[in-house]
Structures are given as C-alpha cells and as structure tokens.
Design a protein around this ligand. Sequence first.
Ligand code: FAD
Length: 418
Amino acid sequence: MPPPTVLIIGCGIAGPVLAILLKRKGYHPIVFEKVQALGDAGASLMLMPNGMKVLNLITPTPTILETHTPPTILWHGTASGHTLGKSPIPRTYKERYSQPAMGIKRTALNLHLKQTLLDNNIPLYEGYNLHDIQEHPSTNTVTAYFTNGESLSGSFLIGCDGIKSSTRNILLAKTGVKEGPPTFTGLMQIAGLSKRSESLRERGVSGMCNWYGAGAHVIAYPVSSTGDVSWAVTLSGRETEETWRAVSGGEELERRKGLLREKLAGFEDGVREMVEGAQRIISYGLFDRAEMRAEQWFSGRCVLVGDAAHPTSPHLGQGANQAFEDCYHLSRLLPDLTAEGADWPAVEAGLEGIFREFAELRQPRTAALVKEARHIGEQRVVLGGPELCRERDARIVAAWSDQEAVAEGLDRLYREPF
Ligand SMILES: Cc1cc2nc3c(=O)[nH]c(=O)nc-3n(C[C@H](O)[C@H](O)[C@H](O)COP(=O)(O)OP(=O)(O)OC[C@H]3O[C@@H](n4cnc5c(N)ncnc54)[C@H](O)[C@@H]3O)c2cc1C
C-alpha cells in the first residue's frame, strides 16, 4: 500500500519540520507555500532550548551553532543602562535542557529548513496559495484548492500557514464561525540588524538584553558568531504600521532612524549607536488572536499547527518554539507506519482521535503563553509617566532578585517537549 499523502500548507517553520518528521515515519508529505520563492523574511528569532531540541531532531544543532553565538547572560536594565536584573543562567541551558538558546535571522532559518526539506526529497510547491478545502468521507480523502487553479488530494491536511492562516479560516467557516483579521495589540516594533556597539561590549553585555524606558522597550541579542546583533524597539503604535517592508537606504531609512532618535533620547549611548548602525530597518505592528477551543483546531481530516492554531505576539519569544513543540507532539502521536505490522487503514480510522488528543494536549499551554506574551508587552511599554515606570522597574528588580524562581520559571518553558 502506498504511504498516505499528507498535504502540508505553509513552508515557514512548522511546515518543513513536520514534513521531515512525518516522512521518517512512513508518510508522504507534500508542502505548499503561497510565496513564489521563499527569500527575505524580515526580523530574527530567539530559539529557546525547547525549540532547539526539536530542531536538533531534524538537523543537528551543533552544525548551526558553528556560525551562531548562544547568549551567555540575560540582562534587564533601565534606558540609561542601570542594571535591574541579570542572570548567567543561559550558560547552563545545555546542561539543564540539553540545548542552548540561539538567536538566528529568520531568513536564514527559513532557508535552512527549506533546504533540509528538499534534501529529504520532500516535494515543495511554491506559489500555491490555499483558498479552499473539501473533505470527502466516501473516499477517505481531503482536497486542497489553490488560487492558481491547481488542486491536490491526500489522506489528511495540516495547516501550518501562520497567523493569517487560510486553513484556520476555512475550518472555522465550515462550522459557521466567520473570523476577522488578527487582533492588533496596540504595539508596534521597529527592528534592525547591527554590529554590537563597542560601548555595550565594554560594559560586558554580551547576552540577551532588555532596556525599559518610558513608552519604549528595546531588546537585543546576538544572531551570529561575528558580532551581528538583532534589535527591536517596541512602541505603542497604529494598526496600519504592519508593513514588514524593509528599508535599506535613502530618505525612508533616515526617517525611521529619526523617529527612533526621538523615542530613544534617554537611552544609553550603546543602544543609540546600535540603532544608528543599522543598514536596514523594518517596522511592523504586533498582532495575536483570541484563543480557539481545542475542538476548533481540527476536523475529520485537517488539523492546525503553530501560529495557525495559536498566533502570538513576540514578547515571550515562544511563538516559533511552540510551533516546534506542536510538530514534536503531532508527529509523536501519529503512528510510525514503518513499524512492523503498521496498518494505515487502522490508523486512519482513529485519525480524528489523534488530532483531538493533540489539540487537547497543546491548547491549554499555548493559550496561556499567548496571554502571557500580551501581558509582558503591556508591562514593557509603559505610557503613564515616571511613577508607573518606577513601579515596573521595581517589579523587574523583584522578579530577578530570586534566581531560583527565575530558574523555575524557565524550567516551565524549556523542560518541554521532552
Ligand atoms: C517580530 C516577531 C518576532 C518574533 N520573535 C520570536 C522569537 O524570538 N522566538 C519565537 O519562538 N517566536 C518568535 N516570533 C513568532 C514566530 O515568528 C512564529 O510563531 C512562527 O514563525 C510560527 O511558525 P509557523 O510555521 O506556524 O508560521 P510561519 O512561520 O508564519 O509560516 C507560515 C507559512 O505559511 C505560508 N502561508 C500563509 N498562508 C498560506 C496559504 N494560504 N497557502 C500556502 N501557504 C501559506 C506563509 O507564507 C509562511 O511561509 C516572532 C514573531 C514576530 C512577528
């Protein structure tokens, strides 16, 4: 019997990872990506140990780490550079969780995953934008329809198509729920890539750094082993600022730097140098969505994974890491068809039950993290004057003065998914 075809929608993070894990278990995945040719994908990501563990299953992380520098400290401080909290705990991640954290440019990660997908001889159809899904109980198949007029059938479909997921939209519409666009969180980011400035290096800040100002928050972390630092300034903003358009020169770059100069007036020199040094800047609004119930994550032959199921704002740095966790659990729950006596018709009869188990396992954790990320964002960008800033700073001092509690908080995230 030929292996069951799995239609995977989206070649961001979850799509290729899941495709590779499922191919190893005897499935025949095909990945569809709406973008014609994957390329420049904007900002950077911090992969935490929980995500790195899953990445390591498909591509050994030591090879990627050769060109990346794991952060060595977590540092939190005021805009002017006064330390509020500091921990060397990232140095212990490998020992505690088997993997370090790693900052990486999103484009580099996406292209790496795409290449690994192709190296595993998994078909990738680019320029395929999903617009409809039909499930056919009589033939045990599901058909995906694309805006280019093409369609393809398979045994089941996994929606890995991100925050604006068409799969999610289509599944919800079939249950009578009409969903609008993602929810704007009221915050925006302006982000860039620079060389670590000398003054920050001198101060010994070589890790993941957070500066908290009045109405502005800055995060920076290394994304290469050659001193490249990814930074993002979070501000309150308007919904229309979700352009994701990178600006790498000319008047628009200067305009964005001018805005940042104004917003970062009270920040220490190293931060302002870092921003001034960027050759390329992007700005975008920050969005999430209200949680869905576990039973809305799947239908008979379709299931949602990653941002398609639980889109989040980035303040906790867990969106991609949770997408990795989803991939691990869904592939773990789907039986290994290469095992002795494995029988697809028997597996197929219980497919919806597998999706249910997956959704019920993952929904509570991801829903809580989406809420936590939104809350962290609101706490970071304080708009109400110096007293509120002082209260926020005092909370940070209190939170980081108990290193055991810090470690326990991180355990909750990074001890998963195995
Ligand atoms: C600024 C920012 C910073 C972030 N930083 C971090 C971080 O440090 N750590 C972290 O863990 N997470 C971070 N995240 C979150 C993280 O980016 C997402 O959670 C993660 O990319 C989700 O992976 P995914 O595979 O589910 O979706 P995506 O990576 O969004 O991939 C979805 C793919 O589906 C494709 N697609 C969409 N619609 C269709 C369609 N109709 N048909 C076919 N293909 C389609 C898209 O083109 C895309 O390639 C950040 C997010 C933002 C916005």
